[in-house]
Structures are given as structure tokens and as C-alpha cells.
Design a binder for this molecule. Structure first.
Ligand code: DCP
Length: 588
């Protein structure tokens, strides 16, 4: 559920930067001969030419769309170059894309607080940089403004007679009589231009950006003019933007909540929400969500840019649609082993490079029973404490699966212990590691973490004490369209093998719901992240528990509400197993 957050008191300058047709750009950098040619990246599944997951802008001009298969794309654009996504362990390997995203993040982070929101999206808080520019070299003092900055789109700005748009933009950027907010925004425009040019120079990637006074507006703006362009939302244009914005386009309103607003309140655009009082919205949707809706209708959002360069979790998943659905325990175990191997590798890299440990292992699955009146029942997601080492992760994940399957099948499940029962089908599996915290190497907690007594044994019967119900795999649990492609992948690519990268919103919920525990010795100090190093991961999130802290505000336009957390007291535990295949420093 969306949560209203207090707005900050001063004007902030927030940018949302989104790489253009990202996987295509990565592939074109690998094979420069593809540059300028209509290109798309396809899943490695050969059926009908594979499903398109990224489409270059040249191909889009021919009408090629992401929803198409390779064969369809060839029909509308015979000369299209289809590049297969890299493959490892019988599934898509996104590491080259993650690494490329990390290159970009490292450049963007030079100018301000940086939050990696997904594999190719970043939020930046440029307030300090903009304030510094305004104090030292305000735009009005510039004789020349960078040509690229002059190509910016300023929402609500219309060219005056006789003035071309560049001249109009220059005039807007350099106005002496602008208010402080707009002057800061003008600085933001110049800073983001410079950053985008730097990204192009160092990585050869183009990106688009939105610049506004909060994350919500910046995100909305970044997609308005693509590719390789930027869009700014002056305060005076917020109303115009939201008045006509379809309600479902708003972050967190793409799902059930947006549908309910349409059906129950007859709301079609964000602006329509202005007709309702805060009381009415609270009455219909609860205290927090009601206030959140009241705020977004006015372009108010206090969500902070979190300083987060590293992912909050790691996940690995695969879907098995249609005839590829898994029917036996043995086949499920095979694929879980592959996913766990990948997850374990990434956890070990994170440990080695960033000195971070994950605490919670979660299994999600999608399943159906072939003949059952209760076919809508969801396969329950399960979590337990995470033990390092590939074999242990595989063992624990399989136990989680078995526990989930028993619950999914109910008493019927008693008959399904053999591996050949064919009454159920698994259509997606994903395993993730969350609650990742930095550790101080060499402190007492590290050995205890790995060598302490086992909290649970290897049989699933012993697992339930540590189980938590985790967030669902399907996107229904999250209405966000802006964070991770993860859950969207599941929906948008039926018939394909895809990576499932959990939305941070999901994992945030997971953590909030979880009766999780912390295996580290509380006497040892664990500082909050972040390390300055980069880690290549696919599971990034956009929400953070920190965001739930109430903040001060003195903006009378903003309605804030106290945030309740249902996070429970952490339990302590320790694990006995030794680490396999992890950096040796960790065992010293
Ligand atoms: N992606 C995917 N499956 C999806 C959606 C996206 O594998 N259903 C991958 C491929 C994309 C990358 O994530 O290149 C980023 O997704 P975006 O939605 O940002 O789309 P693009 O970057 O491809 O294009 P755009 O320029 O429109 O942002």
C-alpha cells in the first residue's frame, strides 16, 4: 500500500535518469556494427524467434514492439538485427547488463545522493549541487549555455513569437527574476545535462532524464521525451501535468488501487482526485493511502532519495510457462539448484567486494493444480534464515519449496511426496536473498554467524519456526510500475524464460511482514551501508524501510501521517555450517 511521507521543507532538486533501450545499447556497444541499425534483444528461447525484451529506437520507428516475438518483428522490419540475451545455466544471464548499469551509476553518483532504482534507472538528489551552482555560477551569469542543455524540455514553456525553442529555453534557464525554486531547477537542468554527457563519453550509453522537485515528478518526466533527452517540471506546471495524466500511469496506481479508483470513484486522471477531500479518500482507502492520494493529486511527495548504490537484495528466477511447466519434484529441484548456484555466486561476490551479508532466504513459486476447485490458491512464498554456501542454500531452498508445496496442496499433499505426482504444475520459481547488511570483517560476529549452532535442521518439519510468509511472486502485491522489471517480466513475457527480479516494494513488504531475525551478534556494531564500491546485481529496490521514518515538515500544503511499522522484534540465531566457496578472508 502506498504510504504518505512528509514533504521536505525546502525546494529539492531531484533527477530520475533512465537509460534508453538499455539491453540494446549494451549489445550495440559489444558489437559496434549494430549501431544505427534496427536492433532488438530477444530471449534465448527460439520459439517464433524468441520474445523481444528490448527494442532499439530505430526498430521502434518500424513499429517493432516489446510485446512481439522475433518472427513478428521480422515481418514489420525485415532487416532487424535480433541479438540473443546471454545465457548461463540454461537461462538468461543478465550480468553484462547489471555491470553496464553499475558503470553508469558510478558516474551519476559523482554529483549527489544516488539511489539505484533498477537495472537501468537511478534517482539523484542534486539539491546540494544545485545550491552550490546557484551560489557560485548561477545560470543568469553565463554567457553561453551548453547546446545540449538548450535542447531540454521545460514543461509548460511555450516558444514566444520569433523565438526558436532553444532561445526560449535559454531565456528560461537564465531568468534573473525567477523564484528560488525555478533557479535551482535551472541549475538542475545544467547539472543533469553535464552528467548525461559524461555518461555518453565514458560508457557510450545515452540516457533520458526527468528533473523536478520530487521523485514522483522526476520519474514521470524522464519518460516523456526519449531517447537522449531531458524534461523538467517547474512547480507552475505540476497541475497541468497531473490534470491530464491517466491515473494508471502514476507509480503505484497501475494495479488494483488504480482500478478501484476508476471503478469506485470514477477517477480517470490524477487531476480527478482533486475533487475528493482527504477525509473522503481516507474513508475509502484508509488513513495512509487516503493521505497519499490527496498528496499525489497535488504533486506532493516527500519520498527521499536513498543513498543506495548497491542492491537491497539478490534474486534469481525462471518461469516455466505452458508446456514447460514443471511437473515433478525432481525437475523442481534441478532448477532450484541452478537458481541457488547463481544466487550463491552473487552473494559471495557481494561478500567479497562489498563485505555484505544477506540474512533472509526466500522462495517464491507460481503453481496451479490441474483439477481443483481451489485453483486460484497461491503457492505460499516461504522464507528462512540464510546460510552461506551453495549446498546449504540449495538444501534450504528445497525445504522451503516442500513446505510451500504441502501448504499449497493441503491435506491432498500428503499423497504427493513421491516425485511423479502430476496433479500440480510449477510455472515460475525464484529464490532471493534479502536483509543485506555490511559486516565489519574481523569482528567477533562473523565467525559466530557461520559457526554458531544451527537454528534449524535440514528437514522441512523443522523449518516452520523460521518460516515467514513472504511477499507474493506475482505483481499483484505491488502496484509499482517504476521499480523493477522483475515482477513485470512475469506478466509481460508469457511463454518466455525470464529472470525474475523482485521489486523492492515486494521485498520491502516482505521485510515488514517478516518475523525475521538477525544472526549477527548485536554487541558488534554493524554500520548502515553503504560501501563506495559497485556490485553487479539484478535485484534492486525502490523502497526502503528507512523511508517509513516520520520526518519533519513545515510545508502547510503537505499532509503527513504517522507511519506504523509492523516489523517485529528480531530474533537472534546462529548457524553452525561453515562457508563453502566464499572468500577466504571471511573464515579467518
Ligand atoms: N526488460 C526486460 N523485460 C521487460 C522489460 C524490460 O527484460 N519486460 C529489460 C530490457 C530493457 C531493460 O530491462 O532494456 C530496461 O527496461 P525499460 O523498461 O527501461 O526499457 P528500455 O530501457 O529497453 O527502453 P526505454 O528506452 O523505453 O526505457
Amino acid at each position: 500500500m502506498p504510504v504518505a511521507r512528509p514533504d521536505s521543507s525546502g525546494a529539492r532538486i531531484i533527477a530520475h535518469v533512465d537509460l534508453d533501450c538499455f539491453y540494446v545499447q549494451v549489445e550495440q556497444r559489444k558489437q559496434p556494427k549494430l549501431r544505427g541499425l534496427p536492433t532488438a534483444v530477444v530471449q534465448y528461447n527460439e520459439w517464433k524467434g524468441g520474445g523481444l525484451i528490448a527494442v532499439g529506437y530505430e526498430a521502434r520507428n518500424y513499429g517493432v514492439k516489446r510485446s512481439m516475438r522475433g518472427d513478428e518483428a521480422k515481418e514489420v522490419c525485415p532487416q532487424i538485427e535480433l541479438v540473443q540475451v546471454p545465457v548461463a545455466r540454461g537461462k538468461a544471464d543478465l550480468s553484462s547488463y547489471r555491470n553496464a548499469g553499475s558503470e553508469v551509476v558510478s558516474i551519476l553518483a559523482r554529483k549527489g545522493r544516488c539511489e539505484r532504482a533498477s537495472i537501468d534507472e537511478v534517482y539523484l538528489d542534486l539539491t546540494d549541487a544545485a545550491e552550490a551552482m546557484l551560489a557560485e555560477t548561477p545560470p543568469e551569469s553565463l554567457d553561453e549555455v551548453d547546446e545540449e542543455a538548450l535542447k531540454s524540455h521545460i514543461l509548460g514553456l511555450e516558444s514566444k513569437d520569433g523565438n526558436d525553442s532553444k532561445a526560449t529555453v535559454k531565456e528560461w534557464l537564465c531568468r534573473c527574476d525567477a523564484d528560488h525554486r525555478d533557479k535551482l531547477l535551472a541549475c538542475g537542468v545544467l547539472i543533469v545535462t553535464e552528467l548525461r554527457m559524461q555518461v555518453l563519453k565514458e560508457t557510450e550509453f545515452t540516457c533520458s532524464a526527468g528533473i523536478a522537485h520530487n521523485k514522483m515528478l522526476a520519474k514521470l518526466a524522464s519518460g516523456m521525451n526519449k531517447p537522449a533527452q531531458q524534461t523538467t517540471v517547474p512547480f507552475s506546471s505540476v497541475k497541468g501535468l497531473l490534470d491530464s495524466l491517466p491515473i494508471k500511469k502514476m507509480k503505484q496506481l497501475g494495479g488494483k488501487l488504480g482500478t478501484s479508483l476508476q471503478n469506485e470513484l470514477g477517477v480517470t486522471t490524477v487531476g480527478d482526485l482533486l475533487k475528493f477531500s482527504e477525509d473522503k479518500l481516507q474513508e475509502s482507502y484508509g488513513f495512509n493511502t487516503g493521505t497519499w492520494l490527496w498528496n499525489i493529486a497535488r504533486g506532493i511527495s516527500g519520498e527521499e532519495v536513498q543513498a543506495r548504490l548497491l542492491p537491497k537484495s539478490h534474486g534469481s528466477g525462471k518461469s516455466f510457462p505452458g508446456p514447460r511447466a514443471l511437473k515433478t519434484v525432481a525437475s523442481v529441484q534441478h532448477w532450484l539448484n541452478q537458481l541457488c548456484e547463481e544466487l550463491s555466486e552473487r552473494l559471495c561476490s557481494d561478500l567479497e567486494q562489498n563485505k555484505r551479508i544477506a540474512h533472509t532466504l526466500t522462495l517464491h513459486a507460481s503453481a496451479f493444480k490441474s483439477s481443483d476447485s481451489d485453483s486460484r490458491k497461491k503457492f505460499p512464498s516461504k522464507s528462512c534464515p540464510l546460510r552461506y554456501g551453495t549446498a546449504k542454500i540449495q538444501e534450504d531452498t528445497f525445504n522451503l519449496f516442500q513446505a510451500g508445496l504441502r501448504e499449497f496442496l493441503g491435506s491432498f499433499g500428503v499423497k504427493t511426496q513421491g516425485s511423479h505426482y502430476s496433479g500440480w504444475r510449477i510455472t515460475a520459481l525464484s529464490v532471493s536473498a534479502s536483509k543485506i547488511v555490511p559486516v565489519l570483517s574481523g569482528t567477533c560476529s562473523i565467525m559466530k554467524y557461520f559457526n554458531g549452532p544451527d537454528k534449524f535442521g535440514s528437514t522441512s518439519e523443522q523449518l516452520p519456526d523460521n518460516f515467514i510468509d513472504a511477499a507474493p511472486l506475482s505483481p499483484s502485491g505491488s502496484e509499482s510500475y517504476s521499480t523493477l522489471n522483475s515482477t513485470e517480466l512475469q506478466n509481460e513475457l508469457p511463454g518466455e524464460q525470464v529472470w525474475i527480479e523482485h521489486s523492492m516494494a515486494d521485498l520491502g513488504q516482505l521485510e515488514m511482514k517478516a518475523n525475521t531475525w538477525n544472526g549477527l551478534d548485536p554487541s558488534c556494531s554493524i554500520s548502515k551501508q553503504t560501501s563506495g564500491q559497485w556490485f553487479h546485481s539484478g535485484t534492486e529496490s525502490s523502497s526502503s524501510l528507512d523511508q517509513n521514518k516520520p520526518q519533519n515538515r513545515d510545508d502547510s500544503r503537505m499532509r503527513s501521517v504517522p507511519i506504523k511499522s509492523n516489523q517485529q522484534e528480531h530474533k537472534k540465531s546462529a548457524l553452525k555450517d561453515k562457508v563453502h566457496s566464499c572468500p577466504s578472508f571471511y573464515l579467518q
